[in-house]
Design a binder for this molecule. Structure first.
Ligand code: 9MR
Length: 407
């Protein structure tokens, strides 16, 4: 078992109502919304908010139709990635975030290249804005991410392994301590499973040969980061976050890493499954990823951290060399694709609510126009999220918030 004592301690604290955490109905703390922004402009003042529905008995997995956060409030928080640009402008995505979601993941503000662009320099001003905005509005914050190869400035890898370790520990300690009490859960390491995953059994696994790995000659940096984070904020939940856990090979390698961390007594509370899907992704494979963690490590929490559904299942060379990418679908996606997306996420959510280890479920953006998938792997109109470009709810929104909605 992987250090569940910390989690048990948290449960005791929660029982005493000390603070609000994922999975305990944090969304219920949101202020009443002032009318849905997708019900159109209208000059009339919004009607008074209806009284909240009575909570079902604990353990009840029946869904209550309505707002996202209320629909799932007995199961998990529902979050979204959001950035300072949206919050500063209070654009429709920020407004929808206030109305619908109970958790915010700053999309870039807490990454190392923002917080420590130069050696020894700490810049928390970007992080403070979005984090404080979320907290002031009754939402939780997922901190993303302390260690991620795509956002580590080169100075993190300079010097001897001893110097690298001391720099990393100082960084993690300073950041986690700075946000202590404000960030509920940290993605301590992000995407550390080997990228060789698609080369089959011959690939180098399970650890990614990142610059950090190569600089110290092992994946011990994972242990260092978790231990420093736990020491800096014993109440923060600590996650390893990974994409493609819905594929067998990636999942197996992730579990192998978890076993190693477990055997070394590394303090980890859970697994973040990014769940960047395609329309033909099998939701049962995603649920199998949750089950694999549950079966192996009783007591670990699961978070779904970056859900979206790309409408383009490109061949590999599109991602590798931007060739043979599928043609832009244009401004009006085929209704059948919207229906496929709705079925996929309804099946996913039906499975997630049945799994008590799932305590937080986040989307990687609010409106389709927010998504990184409009520019990755190539510039193209994508439709990955719950709300369209006009902030209108899509079939997929209704499919997961209303069990009676016919797809
Ligand atoms: O969506 C994020 C984009 O706005 C940032 O520019 C980028 C680099 O910081 O990161 C994107 O988010 C990534 C996340 O942090 C990790 N998983 C993959 C996400 C999409 O690239």
């Amino acid at each position: 078992m992987v250090d569940i004592s910390a989690r048990e301690r948290l449960r005791l604290l929660l029982g005493s109502g000390a603070f609000v955490l994922t999975g305990c109905g944090g969304g219920g703390n949101n202020p009443p919304s002032s009318g849905s922004i997708f019900q159109g402009g209208g000059g009339n003042p919004p009607p008074p908010p209806p009284p909240p529905p009575p909570p079902p008995p604990s353990g009840n997995t029946e869904l209550v139709p309505g707002l996202l956060r209320d629909t799932f409030r007995n199961n998990f928080t529902v979050g979204t990635a959001l950035s300072n640009q949206r919050v500063d402008a209070m654009d429709p995505s920020a407004q929808l975030a206030l109305e619908q979601y109970s958790s915010i993941t700053p999309e870039w503000e807490l990454k190392p290249d923002v917080i420590q662009p130069e050696p020894g320099v700490y810049n928390f001003s970007e992080g403070d804005r979005v984090v404080d905005w979320a907290l002031e509005n009754g939402m939780e914050v997922r901190g993303h991410a302390l260690v991620w190869h795509e956002s580590m400035p080169a100075h993190f890898y300079q010097g001897t392994p001893v110097e690298i370790r001391s720099r990393l520990e100082e960084y993690v300690t300073t950041v986690v301590d700075y946000f202590r009490g404000r960030v509920t859960a940290w993605d301590v390491v992000n995407e550390v499973v080997s990228a060789d995953v698609y080369r089959g059994a011959d690939g180098i696994g399970p650890d990614r040969r990142s610059e950090m790995f190569n600089a110290i000659g092992s994946a011990d940096y994972i242990d260092w980061a978790f231990r420093a984070a736990r020491a800096a904020d014993p109440a923060a939940l600590l996650f390893i976050s990974e994409y493609d856990t819905e594929t067998q090979l990636k999942r197996d390698w992730l579990i192998e890493i978890l076993r190693r961390l477990n055997s070394r007594g590394v303090p980890i509370d859970g697994v973040g499954h990014q769940f960047h899907f395609f329309l033909d992704t099998d939701p049962n494979q995603a649920l199998a990823a949750i089950d694999a963690v549950d079966n192996e490590f009783l007591g670990l929490i699961n978070h779904a951290t970056e859900i979206d559904v790309s409408f383009y299942r490109d061949p590999g060379e599109c991602w590798q060399s931007r060739t043979n990418c599928l043609a832009d679908l244009g401004v009006a996606p085929p209704p059948e694709m919207l229906a496929q997306q709705a079925r996929l996420l309804r099946d996913l959510f039906d499975g997630l609510v049945m799994r008590s280890s799932v305590e937080s479920v986040s989307f990687w953006g609010v409106r389709d126009s927010d998504s990184w998938l409009n520019s990755s792997p190539v510039e193209r109109t994508n439709y990955p999220l719950l709300f369209d470009r006009d902030a209108q709810p899509k079939p997929v929104f209704h499919a997961i918030t209303d069990p009676n909605y016919e797809i």
